[in-house]
Every structure is written in structure tokens, then in C-alpha cells.
Design a protein around this ligand. Structure first.
Ligand code: SAH
Ligand code: SF4
Length: 365
């Protein structure tokens, strides 16, 4: 049985809990504000609650994420936290601070069972799903970190959240969606749906479910190859959901939501970065797109090194050639500028390794 923390409760559930203790409903709203707006680190800090209630709350873990350490890169602007869970599993969260915004990259599972060959998390296998509270608490940590950094000018809270850390969000759909709703709640953390992005390996059922949800969060799909043979080699999930099924689900999603979809494409030298593969990708997207304005976008990601794989990162010239071909075909295309490579905090490098790289700028615990 998972240990439940205060971040695992909805406001309705907290209200029921406190009522069962004989407390009025407004106490639950006070508590909820302490958790999601004041970002308290201990019930003792909830000084407007009666002492007896604070003591009782202290018997429930505030969060089940125990921060083991934070690694710092990019002159302090990228921070990767490693959290240990009560059962010993570890997860990582990355905070990236920019002059005008901040983004937190959140994990949804400990490890991942999808086995993509280019991904460090995939090498771990699936350890377990995270609870909604364990997902939510990562965003809370990032906001606390921003406040501690004196970045309160940005309202001391994260402006963007991407579900691109460890794990496949749609393989943990229910808990993940509970976390989305709680982070969105205007009475609490109040993060706009359009400020959240989920990335999926391409689980068709998850895409179909997302199309029916009421919150318009952004969808990114990991494509990484223009044909089934190569995609199956890189991503075993393609044998279950081949490209045609993925594209049909994407068309359905766009028909339902009229929202733009991003395709992620990791560039691997000599593997999927040939000009003829860029042409094949452009043609695939053109023929798969629904009628009307093109609501597709491609995000090219130069591969971040993962030890123990025979793969290589595409040279910059190959990246720009690939991008140019897609652009010539009228496909909007950007190259993702990576953060945190030197502290293994970039896309696909999260594996719970506990070393401190020699070129990390600093370390705090
Ligand atoms: N499981 C989800 C989300 C987490 S991974 C998914 O796969 O989409 C977030 C993104 O990083 C995905 O597009 C993934 O394919 C990509 N990625 C994985 N390993 C990478 C690596 N070593 N370098 C760059 N991107 C990587
Ligand atoms: Fe899992 Fe995504 Fe890594 Fe694939 S790329 S192994 S789905 S985390």
C-alpha cells in the first residue's frame, strides 16, 4: 500500500478528512492554501490553524518525496533534484530558469517500461507509477526552489510545466491526470492548462483520452523515425502502435480539439538524420495532417549522450540541414536548446545516477 501524503488529497478529500476530525470546511481551504499557495514545508508553519490540528496533520507526511540532493548547472539556472521515495525508488525533477519564465520538467513514473534504446530512463525498466501527490510535489519543490533563489519577481512560481521527466505519462494516466487537475486548480497552484505540456511515446489510448479532457494542455508526441522499421528498432512501442495508428489518433485529437500537436524527433548521427529521412518525415506529416491549416510542429532534439549505448549525437550541420528540409516542405520546425547536459539533467538523461560530474558548477544538499 502506497503511503499517502497531504499532496495526494484533492480539496474535496481534505475537506472530508478534516470534517471527520470535527473541523469546519474552511479549515480545509486554509490548509489547501498553505500547501499550494504558501508552499509551507511543515504544518508548524500553518500558524492560523489550531495547534491541535497542526499536530494531527503532522502525523500525515506532507510529501513522500525525500530530497537527497540538488545538482546545479548552467550557472545556477538549471537545477536537478533527486528524490527518494519511501520504497527506495528514486525520481528526478529539473527546474530551468530563464530571464522571463521558468520551466519545471516533471517525472510521472520511477523508471519507464517503454524501453526506447536512446533513453537513460528506459534502461532502468519500470520501477513503479508515481502517485498524484508525488507528481504534484515535484512542481511544489520547483516553486519553493524559485522562491529560495529570490526569483519571486516571477511571482515565485513556475510558469511552465512539462511532463518530460522519467516515465511515460499515459502509462500512468489516472494518477497523472489527477495531478494535472490539482496543479491547474485556480484555488490552489493555479497553473494554466496552456502552460502544461505532456510528452508521450505514442500510446494511442492516452491520446484518445486526452482528446476528451476538458483542460487544453499541450500535446507532444515522440516520433523519432519516419518509417515503422526504424521506429520499431528505436522504440519497441511502435510494434504495438505503428505510425499509421499513431497518426490516426493524432488526426482524431486535432479534429476534437483544434489544437496544435508537436512531434519530437531526437537526432541520432547516421541513424535517423539523413536528408532522405527528413524528406520522408516531411511527406509523412504532410499526408497525415488533417485538412485545413497545418497544426503540426516538429521539435528536433540533438540526442543527449547516454552511457552504454552505441548511438551518437548528430553533428550540428546535419541538424540544420534536417531542419531546412522540413522548413522547405512547409513544416514548422524548431531545434530544442538543451539545458543541464553537464549535470545529466537534459531530455532522456534522467536515470537517478547519484554522481556529481566534475564540471558541475556547484552542489547543495
Ligand atoms: N516518456 C515520454 C516523456 C519523457 S521523455 C516520451 O517518451 O515522450 C521526453 C522526451 O525526451 C521524449 O521525446 C524522448 O524521446 C526524449 N529523449 C529520450 N532520451 C533522449 C536523449 N538521450 N536525448 C534527447 N532526447 C531524449
Ligand atoms: Fe520511457 Fe520516454 Fe524514455 Fe521512451 S523516451 S524509455 S517512453 S521515458
Amino acid at each position: 500500500m502506497e503511503q499517502r501524503s497531504l499532496y495526494d488529497y484533492t480539496l474535496t478529500e481534505l475537506t472530508a478528512l478534516l470534517q471527520s476530525w470535527g473541523e469546519p470546511a474552511f479549515r480545509a481551504r486554509q490548509l489547501y492554501r498553505h500547501l499550494y499557495v504558501n508552499l509551507v514545508q511543515h504544518p508548524e508553519q500553518m500558524t492560523d490553524l489550531p495547534l491541535a490540528l497542526r499536530r494531527r496533520l503532522a502525523e500525515i507526511p506532507l510529501s513522500t518525496l525525500h530530497r537527497e540532493h540538488v545538482q546545479i548547472g548552467d550557472n545556477g539556472m538549471t537545477r536537478k533534484a533527486l528524490f527518494r521515495l519511501p520504497d527506495g525508488a528514486v525520481v528526478e525533477t529539473v527546474l530551468m530558469v530563464y530571464p522571463d519564465r521558468s520551466t519545471v520538467c516533471v517525472s510521472t513514473q520511477a523508471g519507464c517500461g517503454m524501453g526506447c534504446v536512446f533513453c537513460a530512463t528506459g534502461q532502468l525498466g519500470l520501477l513503479r507509477n508515481l502517485s498524484s501527490g508525488e507528481i504534484v510535489a515535484q512542481a511544489i519543490w520547483a516553486s519553493q526552489e524559485l522562491r529560495a533563489m529570490g526569483m519571486a519577481g516571477q511571482s515565485g512560481r513556475v510558469s511552465n510545466l512539462v511532463f518530460m521527466g522519467m516515465g511515460e505519462p499515459f502509462a500512468n494516466y489516472d494518477r497523472w491526470w489527477q495531478a494535472v487537475e490539482r496543479l491547474h486548480d485556480p484555488q490552489g497552484f493555479n497553473l494554466g492548462a496552456r502552460s502544461m505540456t505532456v510528452s508521450t511515446v505514442g500510446l494511442v489510448k492516452g491520446i484518445e483520452r486526452l482528446a476528451e479532457e476538458r483542460l487544453p494542455i499541450n500535446l507532444a508526441i515522440s516520433l523519432h523515425a519516419p518509417d515503422d522499421a526504424l521506429r520499431s528498432e528505436l522504440m519497441p512501442v511502435n510494434r504495438r502502435y505503428p505510425i499509421a495508428d499513431l497518426m490516426a489518433a493524432t488526426r482524431h485529437y486535432i479534429a476534437k480539439t483544434r489544437r496544435r500537436v508537436s512531434f519530437e524527433y531526437v537526432l541520432l548521427q547516421g541513424k535517423n538524420d539523413h536528408p532522405h529521412q527528413a524528406i520522408a518525415l516531411a511527406r509523412l506529416l504532410r499526408r497525415s495532417a488533417p485538412r485545413g491549416p497545418l497544426l503540426f510542429h516538429v521539435n528536433l532534439i540533438p540526442w543527449n549522450p547516454v552511457p552504454g549505448t552505441p548511438l551518437g549525437r548528430s553533428e550540428w550541420e546535419r541538424v540544420t540541414t534536417f531542419q531546412q528540409i522540413l522548413t522547405d516542405y512547409g513544416i514548422p520546425c524548431t531545434v530544442r536548446v538543451e539545458r543541464g547536459v553537464e549535470i545529466a539533467a537534459a531530455c532522456g538523461q534522467l536515470a537517478g545516477r547519484q554522481f556529481i560530474p566534475v564540471n558541475a558548477v556547484g552542489n547543495e544538499s
